[in-house]
Write a protein that binds this ligand. Structure first.
Ligand code: NAD
Length: 244
């Protein structure tokens, strides 16, 4: 659908539902891709950069490691994320640290390191993964919603601040997506994931929740030259079901 021949890309959360689809589509379109996740064994890619995004030194180093491994860095996709449930009164210190660490601090560190690398070679594109819940929070996920609002705001700020360097920074904001993140949440609460996904689909005007490819295609669009005039945007991908 979009041409990425000669482009180099770093994708975090590459082993997850949406991440795997982004990697597969970028490579099919000609990009050379460095994959980052805790376990990247078995993922087809040009470079494998396993690590834990809770490790600040790893997040700081990822863009340079990707640039060295691929011979440049044109695109960064900050896709990794974690979700915790509950109101603040049920939130442990560990949940707080992990949510902020993976959803906000790691993308901050990766952007901070990637921007100068991209600027030196004339620019690039960064796509962060926020959420519809970062725009309008839903119930019982206080810390998750806050982290997604934070990455949405950071994206708008960076989009303004680094456009003059030829770097476009945008975010995709999915609603419910049929990935391990959603399915394991259902399973933990005692629901059959297939039936729960089908039931949830009935609440979406398009008649189904998103598949990873529905989100990956929008990420690729934002990373592509077709989005050359889009900067600091938060693109909602929700099948017609905005969180109200
Ligand atoms: P997923 O759980 O399938 O994938 C997330 C990936 O992030 C996993 O492979 C995981 O290993 C990786 N990750 C988590 N913590 C990490 C750490 N400390 N170090 C390295 N890697 C780590 O989830 P997904 O649904 O594909 O989510 C991708 C993104 O989309 C996330 O940012 C998520 O918040 C966002 N999102 C998902 C939905 C949904 O309904 N699935 C909705 C809105 C936004």
């Amino acid at each position: 659908m979009m041409e990425f021949k000669g482009k180099t890309a770093l994708v975090t959360g590459a082993a997850g539902g949406i991440g795997a689809s982004i990697v597969e589509r970028l490579r099919s379109a000609g990009a050379r891709v460095a994959v980052a996740d805790r376990d990247v064994g078995g993922i087809e890619a040009e470079a494998h950069l396993a690590g834990d995004l809770m490790d600040a030194a790893y997040s700081d180093a990822l863009p340079q490691m990707a640039a060295v491994a691929l011979g440049g860095l044109d695109i960064v996709i900050n896709n990794a994320g974690v979700i915790t449930r509950g109101p603040v009164t049920d939130t442990s210190d560990a949940d707080w640290d992990m949510s902020l660490g993976v959803n906000v601090e790691a993308p901050f560190r990766i952007c901070r390191a990637a921007i100068p690398i991209m600027a030196r070679s004339g620019g690039g594109a960064i796509v962060n993964t926020a959420s519809c819940w970062g725009l309008r929070p839903g119930p019982n996920h206080a810390i998750y919603c806050m982290t997604k609002a934070a990455i949405a705001s950071l994206t708008q700020c960076m989009g303004m601040d680094h456009a003059h360097q030829g770097i476009r920074i945008n975010a995709v904001c999915p609603n419910e997506v049929n990935t391990p993140m959603l399915r394991t949440g259902f399973a933990r609460r005692g629901f059959d994931p297939d039936s729960a996904v089908a039931e949830l689909g009935k609440t979406v005007p398009l008649g189904r929740i998103a598949e990873p490819e529905d989100i990956a295609d929008v990420v690729l669009f934002l990373a592509s030259d077709a989005a050359r005039y889009i900067c600091g945007a938060l693109i909602e991908v929700n099948g017609g079901k905005p969180v109200s």
